[in-house]
Write a protein that binds this ligand. Structure first.
Ligand code: DAK
Length: 254
């Protein structure tokens, strides 16, 4: 097993445990993350999911270049499918998936972070899409998700130069939601997650799904869908509980 897993207080934490290779992603790790993610998505004990890397140097230094150097077109296609299935599973997860970026987030590592709903970084985090330096292009969604998050100009710059940006710059361009001191990153991330855990899980899940839809739906269609989902909530016990709790000045029991 290349992962360390913890479930505590409704938080499922996936830690990639390949510190010596800076948590680089080989086929085995991709399969294990995908399997765990699907397990956490089904589990009643998990409401928010974290993905992070072990050690204090790297989140994920990209795809495992040693393994990748042996790929041929057929095995490369297999590798891309597995990677894209993982990124899509993260992005479409009905439970929030948050990347806790504790160091280098390069190539496929940056792409995992991009697929997550929220990115929290330590002040030592460094981001890059350096594939062009290897004669490659981002293959797990970097060319599609990065411009949607930071805009085309910054995405063009990062992808065709392969340059590194630090946590401060990543925050400035909107690549990460928050930057914390590296020593307090995990404790701050847990506090951050508690704000989500207190809310109605169905409302959280429906919101994530509609926000995802906004990437490809025309505004008019997106608004219609939002109105439909909004109305459907009035048949839902979670919504009734939330409204009743407010009116009776008590904490909602979701
Ligand atoms: N893969 C394998 N091993 C890696 C690695 C990686 N990506 N990154 C680092 N390591 C290993 C190093 O080889 C070294 O191992 P030993 O020599 O000790 O055995 C160990 O981790 C420590 O690394 P360094 O000695 O280099 O540490 P430094 O602090 O000096 O430098 C660094 C840290 C992150 C700046 C440097 O390690 C670095 O530049 N690493 C490579 C980063 C990189 O280029 N990552 C992007 C990879 S490309 C695909 C779709 C997507 C992708 C692939 C295929 N399909 C469509 C098929 C994704 C591609 C990528 O992610």
């Amino acid at each position: 097993m290349s992962l360390k897993l913890i479930i505590k207080d409704a938080l499922g934490i996936i830690t990639i445990d390949r510190e010596k290779s800076l948590n680089a992603l080989n086929k085995q790790v991709l399969k294990e993350i995908l399997k765990t993610l699907n397990k956490f998505i089904k589990s009643n004990d998990v409401k928010v999911i974290f993905i992070t890397g072990s050690g204090d140097k790297a989140f994920i230094a990209g795809a495992d270049i040693k393994e990748m150097s042996k790929l041929d077109p057929k095995s490369a296609s297999n590798f891309v499918e597995l990677g894209q299935e993982l990124m899509n599973t993260i992005e479409n997860s009905p439970k929030p998936v948050i990347s806790i970026i504790n160091g280098y987030a390069f190539g496929g590592g940056c792409e995992i972070a991009l697929a997550c709903h929220i990115r929290l970084a330590g002040d030592n985090a460094i981001f890059a899409q350096p594939e062009v330096k290897l004669g490659l292009i981002p293959g797990w969604g970097g060319t599609q998700r990065l411009p949607r998050i930071v805009g085309k100009g910054i995405a063009n710059e990062m992808i065709i130069s392969g340059k590194q940006i630090d946590a401060k710059e990543a925050y400035r361009v909107g690549l990460v939601n928050k930057v914390y001191k590296k020593e307090t990153l995990m404790s701050e991330a847990i506090k951050f997650a508690k704000n989500i855990l207190n809310n109605g899980p169905n409302a959280v899940s429906k919101s994530l799904s509609l926000i995802n839809d906004s990437s490809f739906l025309k505004l008019e269609k997106g608004l219609k869908k939002e109105a439909k989902v909004f109305s459907s909530l009035f048949d839902n016990s979670e919504t009734k509980e939330g409204l009743d709790a407010f009116l009776n000045k008590r904490k909602a029991n979701f």
